[in-house]
Design a protein around this ligand. Structure first.
Ligand code: NAI
Ligand code: HPV
Length: 638
């Protein structure tokens, strides 16, 4: 098989006239990343064929966007209409957003401008599961457990879970990812509130404010009993130097404390700039007079303070926890308080919330407790509500949120530049899998990105996810594939996708010059699609003038815009072939929108790539098969 061929291109005039008509909405927009629809870019423009040279266009054609998908999704299984907020009307054409915990009014207003908002607080797990199949989004705080059962009960309708706050330990992220449900949080709006609460607890604990207050209210006046300790000059270990931890450190420095911190992932220069020394875990806990916890609850931080670690602390250490109850072994803390190793603890969070009424920890006389109030200031709650409402609305619009927790975060400007390549990637995956015979047998796919840019500057996660989606959707029983679950589903299906980035001499303006998809160890329905030493099914595409094009099939160069559907035809290169096949399609009312012929050499084999708007009937295809010069052909849905 020849490794190269020459190309004639036929551009349809309506393609060009469509461009002339382009409006402001024609500028490239980021594609919907969550609502991937199967035929996300089909064009319905009917055209006639006319020979023409490729011409650059001044206006770009509008990009296929699929952002209506989530808005209009209604699960066939969802029959129960959600309870509306009193006074609100339920509009079935709008997405439904269930808010299961109190959310600031500004956020609710924003949500109501976009969809049906159902504020149902204090739902039992069963009620939540019952409701969820009629909801497109769920907004929670720390009180709602979003378990695997919730995702199962959603029956595929739930597209986004918004956590109105930072900690996402109450959301089963693995299950969310498997179900293709995006999880977003609101990571910044409550930072100061949580830090202020940490400082409030620190000072209240040191000066016995809570106990003394209760004593005075009970009619006592116990001035000697409630002598406190000073904070100035004491060492505070901030465990977790993230947003909250660093704000606590800043405030503690203002109180004259010596602040050290342990955080395996924090940059030392950021800490140093604040006059905070980053130290090892053991050094932090063994030298601190006060320890303040600010790390997330994860499998590695669960019970990070336990009998062993309490044993390493200074006698009389004081502990503040506004992070998560689960980072402390609470029974061990009771033991450490009883033994005097820990002098006092100030706790905002508990492993079980609310804690049992008879909790020894809560009842301990040297413990002060608040009911998870860290984020509860008016200001923080309004800010969090807006932050999460914007993220959820964006996600429902098919945009990727900057606060996505279980999907790659792609900055809007990168997304915008990648948009046509995202469509190209999906179509190449879709084409390659249809060219292979027996799609389920595909195990190994290689993707080669050619770009003028440094390989490190090219974030291909989005493109890989779309290729995966393109490969998987045609061969699976309705698997819903999106950026969130693409890698998971590929792995589940035993599909190994490897990537190679090659620097080429091309325009650095374009993030990618070409994308090539190679499938190993598969037979092809269209022998000409097989190329290379390994006998791979090969397709390659590029973006030209903002529009995805197929540029290579097997060893043949072609040039066809990836719109509508595609007929690939290998024939002996001879005069009249284009007209003959074009006539068959025309007679059977199939519109050709694009056509190109790539041949090995004059009068040798050639590949005709024909873009068609409609799906030709069986008999139309068989007429093409009967054209004497046609050696093989295949119809591919894009
Ligand atoms: N009580 C409340 O109402 C609130 C509680 N929180 C809790 O505080 C936590 C921290 O919040 P942010 O500072 O906004 O998050 P963040 O993500 O900015 O900071 C967390 C820091 O913990 C560090 N970390 C991770 N593993 C660690 C380990 N093993 N040891 C030490 N440090 C580790 C990370 O590197 C990161 O710098 C949240 O995960 C949440 O659970 C946050 C807001 C309000
Ligand atoms: O943001 C966080 O992580 C918090 O813990 C705040 O929780 P809340 O929204 O007040 O239930």
């Amino acid at each position: 098989m020849a490794s190269s061929s020459t190309t004639n291109s036929i551009l349809s005039p309506s393609f060009l006239s469509g461009l002339a008509n382009s409006t402001s909405t024609d500028s490239p927009r980021p594609p919907s990343l969550l609502s991937f629809l199967p035929n996300s870019s089909s064009s319905s423009t009917a055209v006639s064929i006319k020979l023409s040279d490729r011409r650059p266009r001044n206006n770009r054609r509008s990009l296929p966007v699929t952002n209506a998908a989530i808005k209009t999704t209604s699960s066939p299984s969802s029959t129960a209409a959600p309870t509306e907020t009193p006074g609100a009307t339920h509009d079935a054409s709008r997405p439904t957003i269930l808010v299961s915990e109190k959310l600031g009014s500004a956020g609710l207003d924003l949500l109501r401008g976009f969809g049906n908002v159902d504020c149902s607080y204090d739902l039992s797990p069963e009620d939540l599961c019952r409701k969820i199949s009629s909801c497109d989004a769920l907004i929670v705080r720390s009180g709602t457990k979003v378990t695997r059962e919730v995702f199962e009960a959603a029956k595929g309708r739930l597209k986004v879970v918004g956590r109105a706050g930072v900690g996402i330990d109450n959301v089963d992220l693995q299950a969310a990812t498997e179900f293709g449900c995006l999880v977003v949080n609101a990571p910044t709006a409550n930072t100061v509130a949580a830090a202020e609460h940490g400082i409030a607890l620190l000072a209240a604990m040191a000066r016995n404010v809570a106990q003394a207050d209760a004593s005075v209210k009970s009619g006592k006046w116990e001035r000697t009993k409630y002598v406190g300790v000073s904070m100035v000059g004491k060492t505070l270990a901030v465990m977790g130097f993230g947003k909250v931890g660093s704000e606590v450190a800043r405030r503690a420095k203002g109180l004259g404390m010596h602040v050290i911190s342990h955080d395996p992932y924090a940059p030392a220069d950021r800490a140093r700039a604040m006059g905070v020394e980053l130290v090892s875990f053991d050094q932090a806990i063994s030298t601190a007079d006060f320890i303040s916890l600010h790390m997330p609850l994860t499998p590695t931080t669960r019970k990070i303070l336990n009998d062993d670690t309490f044993a390493k602390m200074k006698p009389g250490v004081r502990i503040v926890n506004v992070a998560r109850g689960g980072v402390i072994d609470e029974d061990a803390l009771v033991r450490a308080l009883d033994s005097g190793k820990v002098a006092q603890a100030a706790l905002d969070v508990f492993s079980q919330e609310p804690p049992p009424k008879d909790s020894k920890l809560v009842q301990h006389e040297r413990v002060i407790a608040t009911p998870h109030l860290g984020a509860s200031t008016k200001e923080a709650q309004e800010g969090v509500a807006i932050e999460i409402a914007e993220a959820v609305v964006g996600a429902l619009n098919g945009e990727l949120s900057a606060t996505a927790v279980n999907a790659p975060m792609v900055p809007p400007e990168v997304l915008s530049a990648l948009a046509p390549f995202v469509t190209l990637a999906e179509k190449l995956g879709r084409l390659a899998v249809q060219l292979a015979s027996g799609g389920e047998g595909i195990k190994s796919v290689k993707v080669v990105y050619r770009s003028a840019r440094d390989p490190d500057d090219l974030d291909t996660r989005l493109l890989r996810a779309m290729i995966t989606k393109g490969i998987i959707e045609p061969i699976s029983d309705g698997s819903y594939v999106n950026l969130v679950n693409a890698d998971f589903i590929a792995k589940q299906k035993g599909l190994r996708i490897s990537e190679e980035r090659i620097v080429v001499d091309a325009s650095p303006e374009m993030p990618v010059h070409s994308i090539e998809v190679l499938m190993s160890n598969v037979d092809s329905k269209f022998g000409s699609a097989v190329a290379g030493e390994g006998g791979d099914v090969v397709v390659e595409g590029r973006v030209k003038y903002g529009v995805p094009h197929l540029t290579k099939v097997g060893g043949f160069e072609v040039d066809v815009s990836l719109e509508g559907n595609l007929i690939l035809c290998r024939q002996v290169d001879r005069p009249g072939m284009i007209g003959e096949v074009g006539n068959i399609l025309g007679e059977d009312n199939v519109n050709v929108n694009f056509m190109s012929v790539g041949r090995m050499a004059r009068k040798k084999q050639a590949i005709m790539a024909i873009g068609v708007d409609e799906e030709p009937q069986e008999q139309t295809l068989s007429k093409i098969g009967k054209v004497s010069a046609v050696e093989e052909f295949v119809f591919l849905k894009l």
